[in-house]
Design a binder for this molecule. Structure first.
Ligand code: ADP
Ligand code: MG
Length: 621
């Protein structure tokens, strides 16, 4: 039965993407075919899997394949598969909308980008799938029937805002995509997608590794255009870099080349092959809740699942690729995989291999790859310092941090340790919200005066791992804003004696704000700074917890005074001569407020602070 055709609107993100494709400035238009073949191949994988899991499924799985047909007379190109197909609801949900997370951000960025090379790059990073058809076609007809259902669907669109959809009888199982090609571009010879020769070249170039036959009819003869060999099963000396790159684009749904390709093989009792990739850019959903992991599991060349979390830890979720294990059951489930000892062994090896690969990139003279890797994925990798105890050292080895040594360059911990001064015992760091607030922080003064380098840690994750990781190469991590620091500029016993009355009084006077007032050896030019106890939560972390809605008791820190500063010594002499007074109490409060502001903190009562300050300034006039 045919229902009358309905006209529906594309979801707005989908509409914008279509506009982009219709007026595409993306130079490599051949990619549309890779996308259609990639979808067809996925559809065949899904059908095989579903037929295997559901013995009742009324599906034809005898001769699964992809077919491409050109029709120069009518200027059409058809890509057909007899795979899983789509129901009417599927078509509306999958083709009429974009469900990819980060789409809105992508479109926003694209709008802000004015130059065309940068736009192309963004489009490539986003990886537009099915809609790429509209780069070469001014109308697309999709005919599809879901395996096991009798109802077919006909979908058609010119890509301009709406599509028509109707139910039709008697469609073969699977999906046909018919492209009504745009008029040939006289200036662009390459634009002839009705040429079978041209199509064959494109398939060979972009889709040779597809494990299903891709067929074309030449005269009377049906030929298979691709070699169908799984890349990971071929000897690595046999596979070209281009082939790896194209395979990456298929598994990662990315349009750009990967940064690095990693191959791994194990023979013997538990045989497997892995082909992994480090992408060249972070996916838009790297830090989103619904993010996925990028490794697919195959068993003896048969696709089993996407997003196989048992094979890659969360902090390496950006690694893409395929693991093909020989001895697993085809109907293995996610739950079983999580428990499986062999899978755990594979995972351990993959993780070590990924980390050691990055280490190699880091050691490379041309650091472009490592630098890109770290810029894109460093924040995720550092999560591993909390989650992956076994590989903690290996992770620390590949980390890079900003530091006070050179504002232009990141440093590895090894380099830091090599630069450590005689007598310097710890690896010093300061966490905070921005590089600028850290660099201006009074806590750094004495360290800089002594020439001690301090790591500048500004990622939220830094607040977490520094507490969990004790050290690197037997050197402890030590915050310059926490605990007592023993720099040999230490205050003398005499000073301690002199100041003790003032400090006791200040500790009581400021007891609402701080738990102690003491002398500092961190300061050279500032009068005061605020520090935490060794195990205290830092202000940034406190803020993060509160932002996440966690209740925390008020955390009081310690006010440290610089005995060498005239303001502090003046405070002491006043106190010794005249004893406590309201004026001195106000000066103490101002001193505390200044220390808080200097580290980029927020005053609890800014109005009171300014009023006090104004009163005190008046007295100087
Ligand atoms: P992606 O492949 O990255 O998911 P696409 O735009 O290429 O994005 O395709 C969107 C979705 O449409 C696919 O995920 C799939 O569910 C469905 N689809 C596309 N082509 C086919 C096909 N030939 N057979 C079955 N489903 C398909
Ligand atoms: Mg696709």
């Amino acid at each position: 039965m045919t229902t009358s055709a309905e006209t529906l609107e594309f979801q707005s993100e989908a509409r914008q993407l279509l506009q982009l494709m219709i007026h595409s400035i993306y130079s490599n238009k051949d990619t549309f075919l890779r996308e259609l073949v990639s979808n067809a191949s996925d559809a065949l994988d899904k059908l095989r899997l579903e037929a295997f899991r559901d013995k009742e499924l009324q599906a034809d799985t005898d001769d699964l394949h992809i077919e491409i047909a050109t029709d120069p007379e009518n200027r059409t190109l058809t890509v057909r598969d007899n795979g899983i197909g789509m129901s009417r609801d599927d078509v509306v949900a999958l083709i009429g909308t974009i469900a990819k997370s980060g789409t809105a951000e992508f479109l926003k960025k694209l709008k802000e980008t004015k130059d065309s090379a940068a736009s192309q790059d963004l489009i490539g990073q986003f990886g537009i799938g099915f809609y790429a058809s509209f780069m070469v076609a001014d109308k697309v007809t999709l005919l599809t029937r879901r395996a096991g259902s009798d109802e077919g669907v006909r979908w058609e669109s010119e890509g301009e805002g709406t599509y028509t959809i109707e139910t039709v009888p008697d469609l073969p199982q699977g999906t046909s995509v018919v492209l009504h090609l745009k008029p040939e571009d006289a200036e662009d010879q390459l634009f002839d997608y009705t040429s079978a020769t041209k199509i064959k070249q494109i398939v060979k170039k972009y889709s040779d590794f597809i494990t299903w036959p891709i067929r074309m009819t030449e005269g009377e003869e049906v030929v298979t255009v691709n070699s169908m060999k799984a890349l990971w099963a071929r000897p690595s000396s046999d596979v070209t870099e281009d082939e790896y790159n194209e395979f990456y684009k298929h598994v990662a749904h990315d349009w750009n080349d990967p940064l690095e390709t990693i191959r791994l093989q194990a023979e013997g009792t538990f045989e497997y092959q892995a082909l992994l990739f480090l992408p060249g850019h972070a996916p838009l959903d790297l830090f989103m809740r619904e993010r996925k992991r990028g490794v697919q599991l195959y068993v003896k060349r048969v696709f089993i699942m996407d997003d196989c979390e048992a094979l890659m830890p969360e902090y390496l979720r950006f690694v893409k690729g395929v693991v093909d294990a020989q001895d697993l059951s085809l109907n293995v489930s996610r739950e079983i995989l999580q428990q499986d000892r062999q899978i755990q062994l594979i995972r351990r090896r993959l993780v070590k291999k990924v980390l050691s690969t990055v280490k190699t990139l880091m050691a490379d003279e041309n650091r472009y790859k490592y630098d890109t890797f770290w810029k894109e994925f460093g924040r995720a990798v550092k999560e591993g310092l909390l989650d992956d105890h076994e590989n903690r050292t290996a992770i620390l080895d590949i980390c890079s941090f900003a530091s006070t040594n050179d504002p232009e360059k990141l440093t590895s911990l090894r380099e830091y340790v090599e630069r450590m001064k005689d007598g310097q015992e710890h690896i010093y760091y300061l966490t905070g919200e921005s590089r600028q607030s850290i660099e201006n922080s009074p806590h750094l003064e004495a360290f800089q005066a002594k020439g001690y380098e301090v790591l500048v840690l500004t990622d939220p994750i830094d607040e977490m791992w520094v507490d969990a990781v004790s050290g690197y190469e037997e050197k402890q991590f030590q915050s310059v804003a926490k605990g007592e620091v023993e720099l040999d500029s230490d205050t003398t016993d005499e000073q301690k004696e002199e100041f003790s009355g003032l400090l006791t009084w200040l500790t009581t006077t400021l007891s609402d704000q701080v738990k102690e007032v003491r002398l500092s050896s961190r300061l050279t030019t500032s009068p005061a700074c605020i520090v935490g106890d060794t195990n205290d939560v830092t202000p940034t972390l406190e803020k993060m917890y509160r932002a996440m809605g966690q209740e925390l008791p008020q955390i009081k820190r310690i006010l440290e005074l610089n005995p060498g500063h005239p303001l502090v010594s003046g405070l002491r002499s006043s106190f010794t001569e005249k004893g406590e007074s309201e004026g001195l109490a106000e000066t103490a409060e101002l001193l505390y407020g200044m220390a808080l502001l200097a580290e980029g903190g927020e005053l609890a009562d800014p109005a009171r602070f300014t009023k006090l300050l104004a009163t005190h300034l008046q007295k100087t006039l």
